[in-house]
Design a protein around this ligand. Structure first.
Ligand SMILES: [Zn+2]
Length: 258
């Protein structure tokens, strides 16, 4: 199994300026899943030499542009140019039907060609082909945002998506072998609705995964993400890296290579 980081940026200023890419990441296992295809996902796929046509499923955690903007074009790829009823699309309620002043982000036309459409709600689980995926609760400005817990053949992989730290958050991530944490700001430089690295450290310490990956960097993380990952590793004793555009993490039952 492999995780491919297409874009590791997040937040509005990195997204607007594209200092780093914001195309989300992929999990290539028995099927290929694209998670949170923000702006630049298609360009990043091209750079990574991955055909968008190889996409079997797409998961979108919430309805903010740095997580969804390339989704419709990826649906066109997943359905072979809208000629086939194909693929799985699993999203927060806001992305598929809209919630408050957000969304929907996917047109009815694009939704109509998907073979299996699912709304992900915290506490519920769904099967994306042979992979069980649990939707986890968050505290984010899109109230329907979900974290994701993938039960794969190589163990449990979790993704926080955008959330702020809240009491009890870590228990939802129990059993994680690999955690991807969206830490938009360094140190204790907290902004509402998001994790900073000190929050991520608290979660990593409580969950104790084999590998933690910091991801989704805002402006203040640029240039220091590596150092922040090293600090997190030192403070937690858990192997921690910062995601990089184009980086791949290979996972087998026995080892994780990054
Ligand atoms: Zn967000």
């Amino acid at each position: 199994m492999e995780i491919i980081f297409l874009g590791t940026g997040g937040g509005r200023w990195v997204t607007i300026t594209q200092k780093i890419n914001t195309g989300g990441f992929r999990i290539h296992a028995s099927k290929n899943m694209h998670i949170d295809p923000g702006p630049g996902a298609l360009v990043a796929l091209q750079k990574a030499n991955i055909s968008p046509l190889s996409t079997d499923a797409m998961l979108i955690s919430h309805c903010h542009p740095d997580h969804y903007t390339d989704a419709e074009v990826l649906i066109e790829a997943m359905t072979h140019g809208m000629t086939k009823q194909k693929g799985v699309l699993a999203c927060s309620e806001s992305v598929l039907v809209g919630k408050d002043n957000l969304g929907p982000a996917i047109s009815r036309y694009h939704q109509s060609k998907i073979r299996k459409l699912e709304i992900l709600k915290p506490g519920e689980e769904s099967n994306i082909y042979d992979i069980k995926v649990e939707a986890l609760p968050t505290r984010h400005s899109d109230s329907t945002t979900v974290g994701l817990k993938f039960h794969t053949e190589c163990g449990i992989l979790t993704y926080t998506s955008d959330t702020e730290y809240f009491e009890g958050i870590s228990k939802h991530y129990s059993g994680s072998r690999i955690m991807i944490l969206n830490a938009i700001r360094p140190k204790s430089d907290r902004i509402p609705w998001h994790l900073c690295v000190d929050d991520a450290i608290k979660i990593i310490r409580e969950v104790k995964p084999e590998l933690a990956i910091l991801n989704h960097f805002g402006m203040k993380m640029l240039g220091i993400a590596n150092a922040e990952a090293r600090r997190a590793e030192k403070e937690t004793g858990i192997r921690t890296i910062s995601a990089k555009d184009g980086a791949r993490v290979a996972i087998s039952e026995g080892r994780i290579k990054c």
